[in-house]
Design a protein. Structure first.
Length: 310
């Protein structure tokens, strides 16, 4: 069995004159939780639909679980779970009946259906509420049940499109914890899109950043943070004013300089010596309390890649 759950080569999809996905080449390891990050309209959802064979590519190839997405879409969908725009739940049915219905669709045996439904509902903390009508539930509980629906037939790969969108922080954290635990237990590969960068950092083994259909970076969250750290320097102290910031911004090592309250944040150019910056600040009368290179989080790395208008 391949150790790669998803592989795309120059995958491209046009809608008229709009190129939604632009020569995407990507590999997602089997068993990983992979986060696909990008601003609205960047091509995330279109990519999922291409991988599931719901859209045909304009050019390029996509292989999912060893199957070609163009020629074997049915085989891919049989082996995958998906939670996309709609939950797929029947709100006038109970939670247990929802999962039992889908278990029948997937042709699970009666004994297997009962065991699987109980297992998933228990794992998500929903077993005691299994006989409640789903329409009366909160959005967070519905999303948990929708995740259970996507995992019901033991797929090798599950696609989740913004699974915590619209949830309050407590519900989002609960779903995130449940998802991580279930994914590890089931040994399933997870491909999820999200705007929540803190969520991606907590959930994902790897992340990919996409903008305007183009893949900008792929790596572990700590690798993307490290990339941002190399380019960032923060100075705190007294005497930092607009004149000093403008002067520092003209130095060869500095790409941009921004002033905050009692601090200055610099975006640095690669390969430049930054030690003269400290000497310059001292000469200009700045009483430096701290100089810190790094400290970037995934959000700063993301913004550095896609730009501040994302």
């Amino acid at each position: 069995m391949s150790d790669c759950a998803i592989r795309t080569t120059d995958l491209t999809r046009d809608f008229g004159t709009l190129r939604a996905v632009d020569r995407l080449s990507l590999e997602v390891p089997a068993g990983a939780i992979f986060g696909f990050l990008g601003p609205n309209g960047s091509g995330k959802t279109t990519t999922i639909r291409l991988l599931l064979g719901l859209l045909e590519p304009t050019s390029g190839t996509a292989t999912v679980l060893g199957q070609d997405a163009r020629t074997d879409p049915g085989a891919i969908r049989n082996r995958c779970g998906a939670l996309l725009e709609y939950s797929g739940l029947y709100e006038r049915m109970t939670a247990q009946d929802n999962l039992d219905f889908y278990a029948r669709v997937w042709h699970l045996r009666p004994d297997e259906r009962r065991e699987r439904v109980r297992d998933l509902l228990t794992g998500l903390g929903l077993w005691d509420r299994r006989r409640e009508i789903v329409g009366s539930w909160s959005r967070g509980m519905k999303q948990k049940l929708a995740v259970a629906r996507a995992l019901l037939h033991r797929p090798a790969l599950v696609f989740l499109d913004e699974p915590t969108a619209g949830l309050d922080p407590i519900a989002a954290a609960a779903l995130r914890d449940d998802l991580t635990r279930l994914a590890r237990r089931e040994g399933v590969t997870v491909f999820l899109t999200t705007h929540n960068l803190a969520e991606a950092e907590k959930l994902c083994d790897q992340v990919g950043v996409i903008r305007s259909g183009r893949l900008l970076a792929v790596g572990r969250p700590d690798e993307l943070r490290a990339q941002a750290r190399r380019d960032r320097m923060e100075v705190t102290g007294r005497g930092i004013d607009e004149r000093v910031v403008q002067l520092v911004g003209t130095q060869p090592a500095v790409e941009t300089a921004e002033m905050g309250e009692g601090r200055m944040t610099l975006r640095l150019r690669d390969g430049q010596d930054t030690s003269p910056l400290v000497a310059l600040l001292v000469r200009e009368g700045v009483a430096i309390d701290e100089v810190r290179k790094g400290g970037a989080d995934l959000e700063e790395a993301f913004m550095a890649l896609v730009g501040t208008d994302a």
